[in-house]
Design a protein around this ligand. Structure first.
Ligand code: GTP
Ligand code: PEQ
Length: 229
C-alpha cells in the first residue's frame, strides 16, 4: 500500500548564471558585489526549502565560483558544457538526471520565498499529475516539475504559457500550482520591496536588511520602492 510515499524519484535542478552577471536588471539598485551576495542568499533559501523534499539537488552553472559556493551546501554540482543559454543548460541537466530519476523539479535560483511545504505538495501532486507548474508574476515559470522525457525547456519570455503549450503538444497532463510566494522571482527593485515585506526569516531578507535597504510605499506605477537607510 502506498501510504502517500512518492515512489517516483525526483531530482531538483537549480540553474545559476555567473555571479559576475547575476541579476543585471537590478544594476540600477545594487552594486555588482551586492548582486552577487543577493544571488548567494537567494540560492541558500531555495536549496534549504527543497533539500529534504527531493532525492537530490543538482545545481548547473558555467561559473566555477557558483559551483564552489554550492558545493559546501551538499548538492550535486554540474558544470555547464559549451557556450549555451538557460534552456541549453537545463536540457543538459535534465538529460543528466534522466539516468537517475523519472522526473525533475526545476526551480530558478531567484525564488527565495519558496517554502518546504510547497515543494512537498508539488511532489505529492506529481503522483497524479505528470507536470506541476508554478507561474511567475510576470508570466514566467518559477517551478516546473515534469518528466525527464517529452517536455522541452521553454524558459524565457511568457514561459508559463509556453510550457503549458509544450505539455499539451506532448500529451502530458498538467496541474497549475499557483501561489503568491512561489510567484515572486526577484528581478526588479519592487521585488526587493516584496522580499522586505514578505520574506521574514529568509537569508535573502537578512542580506537586504544588512545593506540598509528599507521598503517604502510608493503611489506611482509601482506600489513599493526601496531606499537605503
Ligand atoms: N546555468 C545557467 N543558469 C542561468 C542562465 N541564465 C539564467 N540562469 C538562471 O536562471 C534563472 C532565471 O534567470 P533570470 O531571471 O533571467 O536571472 P538572471 O539572468 O540572473 O537575471 P537578469 O540578468 O536580470 O535577466 C536564475 O536562476 C539564473 O541564475 C544560463 O545561461 N545558465
Ligand atoms: C527565466 C524566465 O524568468 P524571467 O526572465 O521571466 O524573470 C522564466 O521564468 O522563464
Amino acid at each position: 500500500m502506498n501510504w502517500g510515499i512518492n515512489m517516483k524519484k525526483t531530482l531538483a535542478i537549480i540553474p545559476v548564471s555567473r555571479f559576475s552577471q547575476a541579476k543585471t536588471r537590478l544594476s540600477p539598485t545594487l552594486s555588482p558585489l551586492e548582486r552577487e551576495n543577493l544571488l548567494k542568499s537567494m540560492l541558500t533559501d531555495v536549496i534549504t526549502a527543497i533539500k529534504n523534499n527531493v532525492d537530490d539537488i543538482v545545481v548547473i552553472s558555467s561559473d566555477k565560483d557558483v559551483l564552489n559556493f554550492v558545493n559546501d551546501l551538499d548538492v550535486t554540482c554540474l558544470p555547464e558544457e559549451g557556450e549555451t543559454d538557460l534552456n541549453g543548460a537545463l536540457t543538459q541537466a535534465v538529460e543528466w538526471c534522466s539516468q537517475k530519476a523519472s522526473q525533475v523539479l526545476i526551480v530558478p535560483s531567484d525564488v527565495p520565498l519558496i517554502h518546504p511545504d510547497q515543494v512537498q505538495e508539488m511532489v505529492e501532486l506529481s503522483q497524479k499529475w505528470p507536470m506541476v507548474i508554478a507561474p511567475a508574476k510576470g508570466g514566467g515559470t518559477n517551478a516546473l516539475l515534469c518528466p525527464t522525457k517529452d517536455v522541452q525547456m521553454k524558459f524565457g519570455d511568457w514561459s508559463f504559457f509556453e510550457h503549458l503549450k509544450e505539455a499539451e503538444n506532448a500529451g502530458v497532463p498538467w496541474y497549475i500550482y499557483d501561489s503568491f510566494y512561489l510567484s515572486l522571482d526577484v528581478n526588479t527593485a519592487e521585488d526587493l520591496g516584496e522580499i522586505m515585506m514578505h520574506g521574514f526569516g529568509t537569508e535573502t531578507r537578512k542580506f537586504l536588511k544588512s545593506i540598509g535597504l528599507v521598503v517604502r510605499s510608493n503611489h506611482g506605477t509601482e506600489r513599493l520602492r526601496v531606499e537605503r537607510k
